[in-house]
Design a protein around this ligand. Structure first.
Ligand SMILES: [Zn+2]
Length: 457
């Protein structure tokens, strides 16, 4: 009788064990993709009718699609710094004024490393390399031998090589892809995927704008015979190359996802896909630009997650920011965040229980020079941008149905301007501002990186 009892208990235990692993997925690892300069509305999952992004679309269906992802800034360095530290530009200090991530903020890799994760990264551009402070916390950081920027395939190969040597335990890996960033030169057959004759004329223009290292930059922005505003055909050619880069990028993501599945890591990995900013594609007469203001085309970003314990088919419409990624992922990985003073919100209660974060507004910033800065406040309906120069302040307002921000200064919508400006001013006062040390000096090579990428003259 006793023996029968023991036998039954053993059978029950076996049933219990077999009900759990390996079928039960866990939030164990974190795979972070940053897709530089990928506009939200140029991804299939967000409704674009012709650009092909089958892998991103599939992953969006399998996980969470955030429809209102907003970047903290409109160019690469401050936005990546906000993502990796969960701090706003005013707090991490990596802005136009100081193009380096100082070590006063904890980074995602530092936090995860201290919690036992093996941390690796492969980046595609020197502007997010160790020369600018982005290697902090990583055990492995692939940024060697990059000549200003590199193709996604090289990032993928570095990532695959790292994973082939990965031992047991938890990992965090950051893959940074730069392909949709100017200049557009997708490889065969992506360069002719959307318009067979696209490459020729467009290439000629952007070789002028973005000379190769060693070539002299010419002091003209647009050749006299080409005016984007009136030459729609030319703009369409630029777009077709941009789309070629995006589809090529999607292919790179597919290779990483396939490897994660082969190594049986996919089912236990939280995977996040975000852009650092968008791109102007003709709005407000801006063509293939970012980092100059805080308009919607450069702040609105694709923002996707697949989460093992949450499953498929989730759509979140509340505004979310890059700073929310780190606290959310740490909580998904069951790590406490209370001692890190992160500025972003933990979105886990929103994802699992529908409890929205305790904030109504999101904020973005662009510090240009010592005297000039832009700050924006936004909710689901309105957006206000405050531009401050040495001598004056300008307020722009948009109801988000319009792409353009309209100069207002409180003249046309005084109540609205007063309401949003007051909250913005309070936020600026309450959010810690860091004054960077002066010890960082850009080398000539680093300045050249910014010139070739079209950021500075
Ligand atoms: Zn960027």
């Amino acid at each position: 009788m006793v023996r029968k009892h023991v036998f039954l208990i053993m059978i029950s235990l076996l049933v219990l064990i077999s009900c759990r692993s390996p079928q039960q997925p866990l939030n164990k690892h974190w795979m972070l993709f940053t897709l530089d300069t990928l506009r939200q509305d140029h991804v299939g999952a967000y409704g674009h009718s012709s650009v092909k992004t089958p892998i991103l679309d599939q992953l969006a269906r399998q996980g969470v699609i955030f429809t209102d992802g907003i970047a903290e800034s409109s160019w690469t360095i401050p936005s990546h710094a906000s993502l990796l530290t969960s701090q706003f530009p005013r707090t991490h200090g990596a802005t136009w004024r100081h193009r380096y991530l100082d070590d006063h903020c904890l980074t995602a890799a530092e936090i995860l490393r201290e919690n036992g994760f093996t941390c690796g990264a492969a980046v595609a551009a020197r502007i997010v390399s160790r020369k600018r402070g982005f290697e902090q916390g990583f055990h492995f950081f692939a940024d060697q031998n990059i000549e200003i920027y590199r193709s996604g395939n090289e990032v993928t190969q570095q990532a695959l090589s790292w994973f082939s040597q990965l031992e047991q335990g938890k990992f965090f890996f950051w893959a940074h892809y730069f392909d949709p960033h100017m200049p557009f030169n997708p490889p065969y057959p992506y360069h002719m995927m959307y318009e067979p004759s696209a490459a020729n004329d467009f290439d000629a223009y952007f070789k002028i704008k973005n000379p190769l290292p060693g070539e002299k930059r010419k002091r003209i922005k647009v050749p006299p015979r080409i005016n984007f505003a009136v030459d729609e055909k030319f703009l369409a050619r630029g777009l077709s190359l941009y789309h070629g880069e995006i589809t090529y990028l999607d292919k790179q993501i597919e290779k990483i996802i396939r490897m994660l599945k082969q190594k049986k890591l996919f089912a236990d990995s939280v995977i996040t896909f975000v852009a650092d900013h968008g791109e102007y594609l003709g709005e407000d007469n801006n063509h293939f630009e970012h980092g100059t203001d805080l308009g919607e085309p450069v702040l609105k970003i694709p923002y996707l997650m697949t989460i093992p314990t949450l499953g498929a088919g989730h759509i979140i419409t509340q505004p979310v920011q890059l700073t929310d990624i780190l606290p959310t992922v740490l909580n998904l990985l069951d790590l406490s965040t209370s001692r890190y003073q992160l500025a972003g919100r933990n979105l886990k209660p929103l994802l699992y229980s529908g409890i929205p974060p305790d904030r109504k507004h999101v904020f973005s910033e662009l510090f240009i020079d010592e005297d000039t800065s832009l700050h924006s406040i936004r909710d689901s309906e309105m957006k206000l941008v405050l531009k401050s120069t040495k001598n004056r302040e300008t307020i722009l307002l948009s109801d988000l149905d319009k792409t353009d921000l309209i100069r207002d200064n409180g003249l046309h919508n005084p109540d609205t301007v007063q309401h949003y400006n007051k909250i913005l001013q309070q936020w600026m006062k309450q959010t810690k501002q860091y004054v960077p040390s002066t010890s960082f000096k850009e080398t000539e090579e680093m300045k050249q990186d910014l010139r070739v990428l079209g950021y500075v003259d």
